[in-house]
Design a protein around this ligand. Structure first.
Ligand code: NG6
Ligand code: CA
Length: 515
């Protein structure tokens, strides 16, 4: 980027976004000032994408040029965190600003679980909506829908629209959970009223095949669980019946979400918008479109990542074609760390070769170790952010406070969210001081400065359903210097008793009443 151009844009007032007169900042001598414009926000969020899955984080085998581009044109954070090592709590925290371990219900939800977010709370989308933003969620939701007994044949609510989204086009939970349909502003898309949908997580519907009883019907075998209702030749978690015309085809899901996301940008190009584009890749079942099959050489997991990378490129192209590039903040991240075998026999481990989904980190999805919650994390804002790399501690929990600050919103309950907007915009390298991260089962640990403290936890060393991710459980206190020892190889607890005491005391203070 042209340096003078950049400096001009960084000039104090231009970034004090109370006065977002982007046009008048651009041409200093211009007399006619355009009305102030709030920046659009495009949040691109992947599912189970690891720190090492993105080539700009050092991966050499799998190339993700489009995701890398966002980093090249923005700031790549090397210590960016989601709040939890699983999806629901991480997304809950990102949208509410609350620590997920403060809410016992914030855990991997079934597809028929009730809405998790309190509808009286000011969430990130609700705060933005109050600021005149058109807010949309497209893709994976997994934060519950309804009040506990959803009738999928009627309006499905409360859901995203009750917590601040103006528009929704979502899958209820995950691509491995029923119901395998999309919900378009409260209504199952393409549902034939003569073929109603029924969903149950306890018992099957009479006469319906399952992965367990009818493995001959499967195009993808399972390794753990996922042996209930069969949709598109793949058995899922949970039972469903009916809704044939509404059932998804996994192969087309990426194109569908992408087209919906592009349409959203086109429709709302004149207003400030917030689009939460929640891709389903590379979560299981990994069934990319045939044009990506075999392209990575790493099997379905790698192919699914290439598909996601392509989608990122397409949405960015579209953003630019609409002339929205300069006034849109683009964020890219993931909801938790990576996993290879997560329940389907897609050879994710066998075909990994030299690719390292975790990069240099230890742990992975579900884990208390850093690879559970330290994820790809980048922020791009053309002509406002000086491209670079930052090792500041930043988290998705802080989007609420940071965007509230950017827009000058004061009267919001920020919960655990901290304003780190200046770090997101590259104006400083401070980030936040400390963060209590979470792993499966509401287990927690503390990152503070360059150190990580993990208390003892009972339970196995590896995730119980057989995948090779380390849980991070252990019998003793753990203390790591994450800057010098990114792979958490050396427990410094005995070597640094004073620091251990300090970290432990601070951790206990922060989680008091919740443990
Ligand atoms: C686990 C599933 C896993 C995945 C995960 C949720 C089994 C054996 N494993 O229970 O496949 O669906 O839940 O993933 O059923 S997440 O990214 O949405 O948190
Ligand atoms: Ca996930």
């Amino acid at each position: 980027m042209n340096k003078t151009h950049f400096t001009k844009h960084l000039g104090g007032a231009c970034l004090s976004l109370m006065m977002l007169a982007s046009t008048s900042c651009k041409v200093k001598n211009e007399t006619k000032k355009e009305p102030t414009k709030k920046p659009n926000i495009l949040l691109i969020y992947t599912d189970d994408l690891g720190y090492g899955d993105v080539s700009c984080y050092g991966g050499k085998v799998l190339k993700t040029p489009n995701i890398d581009n966002i980093a090249e044109e923005g700031i790549r954070f090397t210590s960016g965190y989601c709040a939890s090592a699983t999806c629901t709590p991480a997304r809950y925290s990102m949208l509410t600003g609350a620590y997920p371990w403060k809410n016992k219900k914030a855990e991997i939800l079934a597809g028929n679980a009730p809405l998790l977010i309190d509808t009286t709370w000011t969430t990130l989308p609700k705060m933005l909506q109050h600021q005149g933003y058109h807010t949309g969620v497209i893709g994976k939701w997994h934060l519950g829908l309804g009040n506990g007994s959803v009738d999928w044949n009627k309006e499905v609510e409360p859901g995203p629209r009750a917590v601040g989204f103006t528009d929704e086009y979502i899958m209820a939970a995950t691509n491995d959970r029923v119901p395998c349909v999309f919900i378009n502003n409260g209504h199952v898309d393409h549902l034939d009223p003569n073929d109603p949908i029924q969903v149950d997580y306890q018992k099957n519907f009479e006469g319906q095949p399952t992965g367990k009883n009818n493995p001959e019907m499967l195009k993808l075998r399972t390794t753990q669980g996922h042996d209930q209702s069969i949709v598109n030749g793949i058995s899922r978690i949970g039972f469903m019946k009916g809704g044939k015309s509404a059932l998804w085809k996994d192969e087309n899901m990426a194109d569908l979400f992408l087209n919906k996301a592009k349409q959203f940008l086109t429709n709302h190009k004149e207003e400030p918008f917030f689009l939460y584009y929640a891709l389903h890749e590379p979560h299981v079942p990994r069934v990319p479109h045939p044009r990506f099959v075999g392209k990575s050489g790493l099997g379905a997991r790698g192919d699914a990542i290439l598909e996601a990378d392509w989608c990122v490129g397409e949405i960015m192209k579209h953003l630019k074609s609409l002339g929205l590039d300069e006034n849109t903040i683009v964020i890219f991240s993931s909801d938790n760390g990576p996993v290879t075998d997560d329940g389907y026999a897609d050879k994710a481990d066998e075909l990994l070769g030299d690719h390292k989904p975790l990069g240099p980190l230890r742990g992975g999805k579900y884990s208390l170790l850093d690879g559970g919650t330290r994820v790809p994390f980048m922020v791009r804002w053309t002509n406002h952010i000086k491209p670079g790399v930052s090792d500041a501690l930043v988290t998705q929990t802080d989007f609420l406070a940071s965007f509230a600050h950017l827009l000058g919103v004061k009267d919001v309950n920020l919960r655990d969210s901290k304003n780190t907007m200046d770090t997101f915009l590259g104006k400083n390298n401070k980030g936040r001081d400390e963060f209590v991260f979470e792993a499966l089962g509401h287990k927690t640990g503390l990152r503070k400065g360059d150190y990580i403290f993990i208390p003892p936890y009972e339970g196995g060393h590896y995730i119980e359903w057989g995948v090779m991710n380390e849980t991070g459980n252990g019998k003793v206190d753990r203390l790591y210097n994450i800057k010098e020892d990114i792979g958490q190889a050396k427990n410094l607890a005995e070597e640094k008793p004073e620091l251990l005491k300090e970290m432990k005391a601070r951790y206990q203070e922060l989680v008091k009443g919740y443990k």
